[in-house]
Design a protein around this ligand. Structure first.
Ligand code: PGA
Length: 247
């Protein structure tokens, strides 16, 4: 394996994705309607499903809209589910798939995630596929092995040469205030990129997620092969998220 990737494959514009999880309200959308446009970075906000319609109306046009999940099925008797084509009709451009909370709380396996990624791509939306290791896997030095398995099983089989984003989120870093050190992020992102390069001709943007904040965003996004951030808690605070979007 090479020690580094060609710097020309580095994305100049960072991709900043806000994952609001089961938080937010119309009042928060109204607050974000006055969001300052960042100089270069691409911004995607993923509110809960019910806030997509007000978000479409009230958020400035430079903010793209994403969903946090969708069904792997096209249509039919799947009570409570929402399909990728419904999201596409609602003005969504991106869908987070395989977040660790979906994997652990809702028992989403790599094969379920693969089906969802395929459904998202079929509707011409961009999946933001989350991968990451638990603390015990990290302690057992299994991080790269776990990530490779997740990539092999939930991403590698799709035909997505142009529309695919991967988010590396160490599960132990989500909502904890803990983050891997710079060297760990650098090595892990390089490994992910090299693995993705085995399957895809084009460079797949790879984001970091897990306790990203207004304080640490510039440091994290300056690490090689980090193409942006997936932000949870800090994306609910307009001022903090504006700083992150300008990192
Ligand atoms: P956090 O969440 O930024 O609050 O750690 C990130 C995520 O779960 O996507």
């Amino acid at each position: 394996m090479s020690n580094d990737l060609n710097p020309s494959t580095q994305h100049k514009h960072k991709i900043i994705v806000a994952n609001w999880k089961m938080n937010g309200s119309e009042a928060l959308i109204k607050e974000f309607s006055k969001f300052q446009q960042p100089k270069t970075n691409d911004i995607i906000i993923c509110p809960p499903f019910t806030l997509l319609a007000p978000a479409k109306i009230l958020l400035p046009d430079f903010i793209k809209l994403g969903a946090q999940n969708c069904s792997g099925e096209g249509s039919g008797a799947f009570t409570g589910e929402i399909s990728a084509s419904m999201l596409q009709e609602s003005g969504v451009s991106h869908v987070i798939i395989g977040h660790s909370e979906r994997r652990s709380l809702y028992k989403e396996t790599n094969s379920i995630i693969l089906k969802k990624v395929e459904a998202v791509l079929k509707s011409e939306l961009t999946p933001v596929v989350c991968i990451g290791e638990t603390l015990s896997e990290k302690k057992a030095s299994k991080t790269l092995q776990v990530l490779e398995k997740q990539i092999d099983a939930s991403i590698a089989k799709v035909n997505a040469q142009t529309r695919l984003i991967v988010a590396y989120e160490p599960i132990w870093a989500i909502g904890t205030g803990l983050i891997p050190n710079e060297d760990e992020i650098r090595k892990t992102h390089l490994h992910i990129k090299e693995k993705l390069n085995q399957y895809f001709n084009s460079d797949i943007p790879t984001l970091y997620g897990g306790s990203a904040s207004a304080e640490n965003c510039s440091k994290i996004t300056s690490i090689e092969n980090v193409d942006g951030l997936l932000v949870g808690g800090a994306s609910l605070k307009k001022h903090d998220f504006e700083i992150i979007c300008n990192c």
